[in-house]
Design a protein. Structure first.
Length: 543
């Protein structure tokens, strides 16, 4: 008999985790270890502080920091208040950050000085919100760049203009009765929005996906069961917590009595040490760049990894087969398919599938989720074995894009289906094979990158008439952006100048790796033919 994941809110999941696995370490970093009780205690402290700053049910709270225990505690704290967490890509720079802070309608933002030697988030926020530096009351901001933002909290030892220090935040927290948080948690409904996660699509700016408590918890608990995660298991996951691939495993580790092993920043040497010392049972690098950093490391030793049972990675079949050969004897490779609009993983291999099935398909849908292959033009269902657009229906489908009814209507159909923009096919056993993207979106080292976003910025350069960005295949990153640029008549610009124009304004993974200059575009009747630009890359020719 199939057991379906329990429907429960994010805050209740942690409370239940404490009741059932209170002393289990739910989250371990190389320099920090938290039990479920520790996680709840920290979450309660954060929730009280946020409440003291005026955060209430439905308010949006941004989280801008690297992987750390505080990030996890904040996710649960916001959920317990019935507020909405907005994890912000820690690699964003000025333009992207300013957009998300305003577009997400943040009431509060919490950041950290944990990696100030590499990224000064306070300075980045000040650059993005210039009036922050002169704000006279950090607990009641009034910024023209972000009208709804009332406060920014800095976790760490520093103090800075315009932000609430950790010391002051703790004083505010101590003044709030814990019972206030308990009452707020009791009022949260399953279909309330728990999180807004921004994802890049085919438009210039990222879109905020409205994800519910039910969708997040049921989806990821079911995913953990599919990965055969058991009480006491150690699930190594170095992926960023601002991604669902970093958040989801934390949820099922709390719910299933397992431990998530995380890192502030992925480093192969430290990763190997952590995996071996902690005796990880599951490896979750997800992407080839991270997986190969470990499996191709000079110190990698299959015999020292005999404790590994499962390795999860999304990659082409040949890469999966290579990884399977590199794994210790008995460890099984598994893959998955998912998208932010559906709370992450919607399809995953079962571990009793054959090696061919696990290397060539993504497996069947999660229990309670429907998958359909449709004609992208007509919407008609495609027969078994034929390629079409992947549609998803079920409890994990998002509520829409924040403040964008037009894009929501184009993605969410009246009968509940969500159009993914991805191409795939189902075999006779109901296993999904991912084929490619219907959209023009690039996948750079696991990050979604919208060509339009890079094009939009390049087109602002005074010498650029038109820029078009395509993805060049890359062994390490899967794809990297390459810009084709037509200059204005009489204008000049170098490749280095245009790349530098993007640096500091766009995240590093979005920077064009090269710029090709053109004077004539390959056209259809009305549109530039991007596939011909790709052919020009392969041929080394520029027209």
């Amino acid at each position: 008999m199939t057991v379906y994941a329990e429907a429960i809110t994010v805050g209740d999941l942690l409370v239940k985790g404490v009741a059932e696995h209170g002393e289990t370490e739910s989250l371990v970093f190389p320099d920090a270890r938290l039990t479920n009780k520790d996680l709840l205690q920290g979450a309660m402290s954060f929730a009280r502080g946020l409440y003291g700053l005026g955060v209430r049910r439905g308010d949006h709270v941004g989280i801008l920091m690297p992987n750390c225990p505080e990030f996890a505690q904040l996710l649960f704290a916001v959920a317990m208040l019935g507020a909405v967490s907005v994890p912000i890509n820690a690699r964003y720079r000025r333009k992207e950050l300013a957009y998300v802070v305003e577009n997400a309608d943040l009431a509060c933002l919490v950041t950290s000085d944990l990696i100030v030697d590499r990224v000064d988030y306070v300075q980045l926020l000040t650059d993005s919100l210039p009036s922050l530096a002169s704000a006279d009351n950090p607990e009641s901001l009034d910024l023209p760049e972000a009208p709804r933002l009332r406060s920014i909290v800095l976790i760490g030892s520093r103090e800075a203009p315009g932000v609430v220090s950790q010391k002051r935040f703790q004083e505010i927290s101590a003044q709030v009765d814990p019972a206030v948080v308990e009452v707020a948690r009791a009022r949260v409904r399953l279909r309330d929005v728990a999180m807004i996660v921004y994802t890049s699509g085919t438009t210039a700016d990222p879109k905020g996906c409205l994800l519910t408590h039910e969708g997040l918890v049921r989806q990821w608990i079911a995913g953990g069961v599919r990965f055969e995660v058991r009480p006491g298991d150690k699930f190594w996951n170095p992926l960023p917590m601002f991604h669902l691939s970093g958040i989801g495993p934390l949820l099922f580790c709390v719910g299933l009595g397992a431990t998530m092993l995380s890192m502030t920043q992925f480093e192969p040497d430290a990763a190997l040490d952590q995996i071996v010392e902690e005796q990880a049972t599951h490896l979750y690098p997800c992407f080839p760049t991270v997986a190969m950093g470990v499996l191709r490391h000079p110190r990698y030793d299959r015999d020292a990894m005999r404790h590994v049972r499962v390795h999860a990675m999304v990659a082409p079949p040949d890469t999966r087969r290579l990884v399977q050969r590199l794994l210790p004897e008995g460890a099984r490779l598994t893959s998955a398919f998912g998208l932010t609009e559906c709370c992450g993983t919607v399809v995953a291999n079962k571990l009793d599938e054959t090696e061919d099935q696990r290397c060539e398909t993504s497996g069947p849908p999660i229990e309670g989720i429907e998958i359909r292959i449709s004609d992208p033009e007509t919407g008609a269902e495609r027969p078994t074995g034929e390629v079409g657009e992947i549609w998803v229906r079920g409890f994990s489908v998002f509520e829409g894009y924040h403040k964008d009814p037009e894009k929501t209507a184009a993605t969410l159909l009246p009968d509940g289906w969500c159009r993914t923009g991805d191409l795939g096919k189902l075999n006779a056993d109901g296993l999904l094979t991912y084929v490619g993207r219907l959209k023009e979106m690039l996948k750079v080292g696991g990050e979604n990158v919208a060509p339009a976003e890079i094009e939009d910025h390049l087109n602002k350069h005074p010498s650029v008439k038109l820029a078009v960005v395509v993805g060049r295949p890359d062994e390490r990153y899967q794809e990297v952006p390459v810009a084709f640029v037509e200059l204005l008549e009489g204008a000049t610009a170098t490749e280095e100048e245009l790349i530098e124009f993007c640096r500091g304004q766009l995240a590093s993974f979005k920077l064009p790796r090269e710029v090709r200059f053109v004077t004539e575009w390959p056209m259809s009747a009305t549109k530039i033919q991007r596939f011909k630009l790709l052919e020009m890359l392969e041929d080394g020719k520029v027209e």
